[in-house]
Design a protein around this ligand. Structure first.
Ligand code: 4AD
Ligand code: MG
Length: 477
């Protein structure tokens, strides 16, 4: 049987019923006659106040409990038994009139080892990153992890409700899905021995798979194979990019959601992305209200209002060409961009910021990018210069979703691969989709951590994933 969570206890009607509270001590306040112990078990933001009355008539706890109270400290795991009563204190509806206390696990001090580091004060995000194994016990990370969990479930609900099949795409691949070349190599070859042997050329036939392999940068290509069989699919899993970008929105290991739909054009894809994001925000507002109120008060003021507005507004649509024209106009009008906006260049984060915050005042979907700055699989427009790409940009973060309609014409796709220096023979299986029953299809990729960043207002992506992996940073978790 599951033990009762504090979230469940707080929702009970206080009728002096006997309750067991289990969790970790956040604070102990010993006021002589009364001892207040706040216990949190992470099931919700709020903890429960357990009141030990030493003097009053209600006082009936034994010597063992008195001894445990003396030994109690922040961080200890406890079992407190008592009666659930209406709370006289403001800010909480119920509390526990405690009768017994058992320390399940002390938060001890050991010689030469720092005391429990999470005392009741504000800690910097940088400090907490160094103790990633303990930060789930803070209010901020508890809230982040609960929202992450709810959003992951919401993703499955959203797609399941709409007839999508959930596909598990591989983590280890032999190809580069994005053609971007920032991949982690996977090998069982003895690198140290190879280095000692001063090897000129590595023989990958001797590697585990008999060929060079990598961690995937995207499950899209495999998702396409299933979309052209099951019509509507999505994949949602870890993705790896060895980009050396030390920014607040890049990770080396992150989670990506990728829906892929047969008989779907760019316009349909844009509508799906917008509806999906709004549904995620609505779910967060409805089901994570307590945690969002915390972020609203302590992390990003106004985040609740922003999310509510976004749910009710239409996303602005703009072509890349028009976006560049707007940016050029702004630059001519005196806006100082570090990178000069001009047709053909990739949108820099300052440009994305300007488009979302100054021009649209909310999310923007930019479409039809120049083919030279996008991946090989995107469908070429009739102008021969742009592709049916779409990026969903949001204030603060920039790109949250990247997607496209896929090139479904065999000849055009082969030509594009060759132009980009790829060997079509390496992708024979992918090209088969265009040989046998090819259909227009489209999909997108959402960076799950960026979604969580947007919803919570957390400034750094490393603080919305339990164990961040970024260039030069790994914890032995
Ligand atoms: O735009 P990207 O590179 O698109 C793809 O990988 C396509 N295969 C998706 C598809 O069409 N099925 O990545 C998609 C999203 C980005 O918009 C961004 O939100 C996120 O993934 N992303 C990252 N998030 C964290 N750290 C990184 N290094 C990221 N790179 C991309
Ligand atoms: Mg992208």
């Amino acid at each position: 049987m599951l033990v009762q969570l504090i979230r469940e206890i707080l929702a009970e009607k206080p009728e002096s019923q006997k309750i067991d509270v289990r969790g970790w001590v956040r604070t102990v306040r010993d006021m002589k006659n009364m001892v207040f112990v706040e216990v949190n078990d992470g099931s919700c933001l709020a903890g429960i106040q357990c009141t030990f009355d030493r003097g009053g008539a209600g006082s009936n706890f034994d010597a063992e409990t008195e001894a445990a109270l003396g030994a109690l400290s922040t961080g200890a795991a406890v079992l407190i038994t008592g009666q659930l009563i209406p709370s006289p204190a403001s800010g909480q509806s119920v509390e526990l009139a405690a009768q017994s206390l058992q320390i399940i696990g002390e938060a001890r001090e050991y010689p030469g080892i720092p005391a429990y580091p999470l005392q009741k004060k504000r800690h910097s995000m940088e400090f907490l990153r160094e103790i990633a194994h303990l930060r789930p016990r803070t209010n901020t990370f508890g809230a982040v992890l609960r929202i992450r969990s709810r959003m992951a479930y919401a993703i499955h609900q959203y797609f399941c409700d709409r007839g999508f099949q959930y596909i598990h795409t591989p983590i280890i691949t032999a190809g580069d899905a994005e053609g971007a070349g920032s991949m982690f190599q996977v090998t069982t070859l003895d690198i140290d021995a190879l280095a000692k042997g001063n090897t000129q050329q590595v023989d990958y036939a001797k590697d585990f798979f008999g060929t060079k392999t990598f961690l995937t940068v995207s499950g899209q290509l495999e998702a396409e194979t299933c979309a052209t069989a099951l019509s509507r699919v999505y994949t949602f899993g870890p993705t790896f990019r060895a980009e050396n970008s030390n920014t607040a929105r890049h990770l080396a290991e992150f989670w990506m959601l990728e829906p892929e739909v047969a008989f779907f054009a760019l316009k349909d894809n844009m509508a799906l992305a917008e509806d999906f994001l709004k549904c995620m925000f609505k779910t967060a507002l409805a089901d994570c209200a307590e945690d969002l109120a915390f972020f609203n008060a302590h992390v990003e003021k106004g985040i609740i209002e922003t999310l509510t507005q976004v749910v009710n507004a239409r996303f602005v649509h703009i072509s890349y060409t028009d976006a560049i024209a707007e940016l050029e106009k702004a630059a001519a009008g005196g806006v100082a961009f570090e990178f000069k906006p001009q047709w053909g260049c990739d949108l820099q984060s300052e440009h994305e910021k300007f488009l979302t915050e100054k021009i649209a005042g909310g999310p923007v979907i930019v479409t039809d990018y120049p083919k030279d700055i996008k991946a090989f699989y995107m469908k070429l427009n009739d102008d021969g210069k742009t592709v049916r790409a779409m990026d969903v940009l949001v204030p603060r973060l920039g790109e949250i979703i990247g997607g496209s309609q896929r090139e479904d014409n065999l000849e055009k796709l082969c030509k594009r691969m060759i132009d980009m220096g790829m060997n079509p023979d390496d992708y024979a299986w992918y090209l088969d989709l265009r040989r046998y029953g090819s259909v227009p299809h489209a999909g997108f990729g959402l960076g799950f951590e960026r979604l969580i960043q947007y919803i919570t207002g957390m400034a750094n992506i490393r603080d919305v994933i339990p164990y961040p992996r970024a260039a030069g940073q790994i914890m032995r978790s």
